[in-house]
Design a protein around this ligand. Structure first.
Ligand code: UDP
Length: 194
């Protein structure tokens, strides 16, 4: 079920159902975009066409903010809970080992994605880490970076560049990368690594 809020179709799913839906997208082996939408993003989408387009192109949109959850409820849809990028990332990483999904972490200050990867591997032994890269690459480094990610064929690509930069980056590169389901996760690597 979808809830239409200010022109954006939000998936009214709880965490369990969201994880199931994302698993289905990942296992299809085709590129997909997941958006965790917060009030700032929804607000920006009202004024910027390119931001609204990101929401329209997303394969799944989760309510990332209690304000969004309440607005959905006021519109008559009993959205169960807030689903943040960090929470969703952790649930998917937990599922990645048994499913055999390769995971790539892109973003954060130099060293942060590596540290987050180490912590995740300690917590979820057997996690198949395809690779990591910091989020402060230059424009002229981007083509090679995308090529490298593509070669590693990740199933799950977490992009932590802050919103909406990460969603714009995903939109620009997900088709070329090919196999991955990508999710913008904001400051999640900082949270996990710290
Ligand atoms: N970041 C990055 N490259 C950039 C800008 C930001 O890797 O060019 C990272 C930054 O280091 C931080 C994250 O993106 O880890 C942004 O976190 P924030 O909590 O500000 O994101 P939001 O939750 O606002 O989307």
């Amino acid at each position: 079920m979808k809830v239409s809020l200010l022109g954006v179709e939000i998936d009214a799913l709880g965490m369990e159902e969201t994880v199931e839906r994302v698993a289905g997208l990942i296992n299809s082996g085709r590129p997909h975009r997941i958006l965790t939408i917060n009030p700032e993003f929804l607000y920006q989408a009202q004024f910027e066409e390119r931001i609204m387009k990101l929401a329209q192109k997303a394969d799944l949109i989760t309510p990332d903010g209690i304000g969004i959850v309440w607005a959905c409820r006021l519109a008559g849809f009993p959205v169960k809970e807030r689903i943040t990028g960090t929470d969703l990332m952790l649930r998917l990483v937990e599922r990645a080992s048994p499913e055999g999904w390769r995971v790539y972490l892109l973003g954060g200050a130099p060293g942060v994605a590596e540290e987050a990867a180490k912590k995740l591997q300690l917590q979820y032994p057997g996690l198949n880490l395809a690779g990591t890269h910091h989020g402060y690459f230059k424009d002229n480094e981007e083509e090679l970076l995308v090529k490298k990610i593509k070669e590693l064929k990740p199933h799950l690509l977490f992009v932590a560049l802050g919103a909406p930069k990460q969603e714009l980056w995903i939109d620009q590169h997900i088709q070329e990368i090919g196999t991955a389901t990508a999710i913008g996760v904001g400051g999640s690597f900082d949270v996990v690594s710290g």
